[in-house]
Design a binder for this molecule. Structure first.
Ligand SMILES: Cc1cc2nc3c(=O)[nH]c(=O)nc-3n(C[C@H](O)[C@H](O)[C@H](O)COP(=O)(O)OP(=O)(O)OC[C@H]3O[C@@H](n4cnc5c(N)ncnc54)[C@H](O)[C@@H]3O)c2cc1C
Length: 437
């Protein structure tokens, strides 16, 4: 017996239309189940990772029928989008992605370019991999429907089901979506990171704003051997940190992304012009020799403030996505956390929030103050960081570094501005502690 299964997700289509004369596919409306064990709001990085891990727990439970009832919650993923997600993610492969088959490119080499020189790095054991969101979703659909076919799995994903409210009840929650209402024993908020408008005194908030354009060139100009993580060359060093990121997927195709770390909630920066100027400068392409075929844009919060849960949802839903405060990278850590999330959901226990270790919190707090207070020195700091051995840098960025690694990194960076940032961090901590007492 499965725990609770009312997952009739057959789609309601036009009645009476035979396959031979069926109209072109149009919008279909899913029929939501009345009750599920777990509702996941959002089929992005962490929502899909948790759903697939739960589907795999089901398959494992089927093998070991003795634990079936305890391990096979019925799961409904409610995704607001009804069109494919144009985004992509990159991360150093640490084996944490439960949908690794969706990756479409990988690189063993990366560089950081500045006016004072270029640092290159490599870590063959942990390549930098690209995952396009639409490919990942297809992979998840395949795995989940194979699970339903082979083991009678109970995980379903519904698109176009934007959730507007979650209300706690005595025995769980009521989730209201555009497609109807569902009762769930547990709810995950996997809606992704949101940039807060402000943070409390003694905290830092930088908005990482970016526009990434998938560019096609008429002639082969992109060097597919190397990802450019950050190119600061030719940037005006006054003002906030800004750089260009390049993912070359073929000699004629690349993602070229303009990125800005800013304290301003608004983004007046002309990212499109930044990309266009860069494409002309770096590869010598004239305006008629390349075009933009797709675009993604976003804002990732970089902050040492604790995650600010949505007050309307926080009593009812556990937040599962997470991004690293000092870098905005979130793909690998959200995937890692999804394993913990799935274990708790399968066991029916409360899902704990993701919490960084104290060393990561402290180092990130110092680095954020450095970026905010000394943006003109950021390029040099990243050049020095990436001049260190690739495996060391990747351990640090993937949150697998030890104290010796971190000491080597600290010693490689500029002394004065980082010392000032450290003093500022301690001062801010004292101010916050006093204001609480
Ligand atoms: C454009 C972009 C690119 C990024 N690139 C990288 C990268 O290359 N590497 C990296 O490590 N990190 C990257 N990040 C950081 C990123 O935040 C995390 O990697 C990761 O996406 C976080 O996962 P998540 O599941 O919390 O959120 P998301 O992956 O953003 O998923 C949220 C999902 O919830 C859906 N949703 C939102 N509101 C509702 C609602 N009310 N009802 C139902 N569904 C809803 C959204 O449509 C979306 O599908 C990127 C972020 C953005 C915005």
């Amino acid at each position: 017996m499965r725990s609770v299964v009312v997952a009739d997700l057959s789609v309601a289509t036009s009645s009476g239309v035979g396959a031979d004369v069926a109209p072109a596919p149009g919008p279909v409306r899913a029929v939501l189940p009345g009750t599920v064990d777990v509702a996941i709001v959002g089929a992005g990085c962490s929502g899909l990772a948790a759903a697939v891990r739960l589907a795999e727990a089901e398959a494992a439970a089927d093998v070991d029928a003795g634990v079936d009832a305890a391990r096979t919650p019925s799961v409904l993923v409610l995704e607001g989008r009804s069109t494919p997600d144009p985004r992509s993610w990159c991360a150093w492969d640490d084996g944490s992605d439960p949908l690794a088959e969706a990756r479409s490119a990988s690189w063993d080499r990366w560089d950081v370019r500045t006016d004072r020189g270029t640092s290159t790095g490599s870590d063959p054991a942990h390549p930098y991999v690209l995952v396009r969101a639409a490919d990942r979703r297809s992979a998840a659909d395949r795995r989940i429907s194979a699970g339903r076919r082979d083991t009678g799995g109970t995980v379903h994903i519904v698109d176009g089901a934007a959730v507007s409210a979650i209300v706690r009840t005595d025995d769980g929650c009521v989730v209201t979506s555009r497609l109807g209402t569902v009762r769930a024993r547990q709810v995950l908020d996997a809606r992704g990171p949101r940039c807060p408008d402000h943070v409390g005194a003694g905290r830092v908030l930088l908005h990482q704003r970016f526009v990434g354009q998938w560019v096609t060139a008429d002639r082969p100009v992109f060097d597919t051997s190397t990802v450019t993580l950050m190119d600061f060359t030719g940037q005006d060093s006054a003002g906030p940190v800004r750089f260009v990121y390049v993912l070359p997927v073929s000699p004629t195709e690349a993602l070229v992304e303009s990125t800005l770390f800013t304290q301003d909630a608004a983004d007046p920066f002309d990212h499109e012009a930044h990309v266009a100027g860069y494409v002309g400068r770096r590869w010598g392409l004239g305006p008629d020799e390349w075009r933009v075929v797709d675009e993604e844009r976003g804002c990732i919060p970089m902050t040492d403030a604790p995650a600010q849960p949505d007050v309307r949802w926080s009593a009812a839903a556990a937040v599962v996505g997470t991004t690293r405060p000092s870098s905005g990278y979130g793909f690998a850590r959200s995937n890692r956390h999804s394993a913990v999330v799935a274990q708790h959901l399968a066991a029916g226990t409360a899902v704990p929030p993701f919490v960084d270790g104290w060393r990561t919190r402290f180092l990130d707090a110092v680095f954020l103050r450095f970026l905010r207070d000394r943006p003109e020195q950021a390029a040099e700091a990243f050049r020095r960081l990436f001049a260190l051995p690739g495996p060391l840098v990747v351990r640090f960025l993937s949150e697998r570094s030890g104290p010796i690694d971190e000491l080597r990194i600290v010693l490689a960076l500029q002394k004065r501005p980082f010392l000032a940032a450290l003093v500022r961090t301690v001062r801010d901590t004292v101010v916050r502690t006093r204001s609480r007492s």
